[in-house]
Each structure stands twice: as structure tokens, then as C-alpha cells.
Design a protein around this ligand. Sequence first.
Ligand SMILES: C[S@@+](CC[C@H](N)C(=O)[O-])C[C@H]1O[C@@H](n2cnc3c(N)ncnc32)[C@H](O)[C@@H]1O
Length: 248
Amino acid sequence: MASRNATGGYDPSGIDLDEWEILESQLEESIPNYDRVNRLMTFGQDKVWRKNVREHAEPGMKVLEVGCGPGSFAEDITGVDLTCLDPSPEMLKVAKRRVDSARNSRGESPADYVQAIAEAIPLPDNTYDRVFCLFSFRDFQDKEKGLEEILRVLKPGGQLVICDAGKANWLHGFAGRIWMSTVVQLMARYVTKKKDHPWKGLAKTYSHYGTNRYYRNVMKKVGFQKVQGRLLLPFGMASRFRGWKAEK
Ligand SMILES: C[S@@+](CC[C@H](N)C(=O)[O-])C[C@H]1O[C@@H](n2cnc3c(N)ncnc32)[C@H](O)[C@@H]1O
């Protein structure tokens, strides 16, 4: 496990276990206001980004969302055989209620739910046509291990799509950190009506997060092919990474 201490506090490839446990409790605390703060802090762009990722799936595909959170993405993906994975039982409880109710209203069967971390996915090899990670990759403790596991469960020719906060380079990251530590904090305070809200801690994951080039290289190292990773326009607030598992 990579340690932040080993790199003087900045280690884009990993989060120490104690920090990750604190992060998980902050994420759970964010559930009641999660969607509203996201909408505000991205000027509504999160909806556009989710749609962009959804469009990578085709009807009938087997899809795994890693880090499904409260189901903000999973509830709107239609016509697929869906599995939602998250380490937090609290997140899974909310996701199940929300996602299965949406699926039921469309006449679809319930999704499957798995409590696990990306770094140890308790699912068989070569199973999924698509794996999606929306705003969860940044939270993996060990990103390289998580990517290895995702590659293992993808079918040959299957695709991974990651959407997360954008960090094109050091300068863009610096601007992002200012945004996260000022405007986002004010918005979260306004929505939660609390001085001590979970977004205080959540902003830290952005500080420790790596650049697009860094993760493109990790994806290639792990074995993904045709790897792409770039900012999503027009605002450049999010990045999208794509990579394929080799055909047999
Ligand atoms: C910010 S939420 C994202 C929710 C949702 N995917 C969305 O579209 O908004 C991040 C989620 O990642 C999960 N997570 C954190 N560490 C993880 C890991 N190592 N493996 C898988 N999921 C993880 C958290 O429990 C949390 O529910």
C-alpha cells in the first residue's frame, strides 16, 4: 500500500487506511445533501457527465458500477444487467432503495449489490462488458490495485470508463484546490446549514489526487489498452478516462 508519508504528504496513487476510514464516514455523512451539493458545485454539469458515461453502455450489457454511492448514477442507467459495488453498507442501503425503485418503474429486474472495495472485487474474472467509476476512483486507497481488479472482471474487449474531478496538470490542480477550499465549502455550508459539514474533509481527496497523465500511465501499466484521459469541456471541472481490456 502506498503511503502518503513516503512522498511528503502527496501521493496520488494511494490513501492511508486511517485516512480512508475517516473519508468513508464523511461520505456517509454527506448522503442527505450529496446530490444537491454536487449539482451546485458543478453548475449542473454532473448530470451531463453522468449521461456521457451512461452512453458507453448498450442495452443488454452486463455493467458494474464500482463505488456506486447513493445510486446517483446507477438509478438512470437503463436496459442493462446492473451490479452496484460499494464498501459502505449505508451507501448500498440508499442505492438499493433508489435504484431498484427506478428499475421497477421501468419494468426492469432489480440490480445486484455487492459490499466490497475495488481493490478486492469478490466477482468472477471476465464477467462485465463495462465497468464505470463515477467520482469514486479518487477515493480508492490503492488505485493501481483497484484498476487491476477492474481489468480482471472485465470481459475481453470490455471497457472501463472513469469520471472524476479534473486535474490536467499542477496549475489546473492548484486552481481546483482553491475552488474546492473556498466556493465548494461555502456552497456546502449553505446547503447543509452546518459550519462543520463533510465537504471540509472531502476536499482533501482532491489535493492528494494525481494528474490525468499520471493515471493514464497507471492504466497502461496495469494492462489497459487504447487508454485515453482528458478534461471534459466546457468547464474542465471533470476528467474522463477510458481503457479497454484486450480481445482474447
Ligand atoms: C462520491 S461517492 C460516488 C457516488 C456515485 N458513484 C456518483 O455517481 O455520484 C464515492 C463512493 O466511492 C466509494 N468508495 C470509496 N472507496 C472505495 C473503494 N476503495 N472501492 C470502491 N468504492 C469506494 C465510497 O464508499 C462512496 O460511496
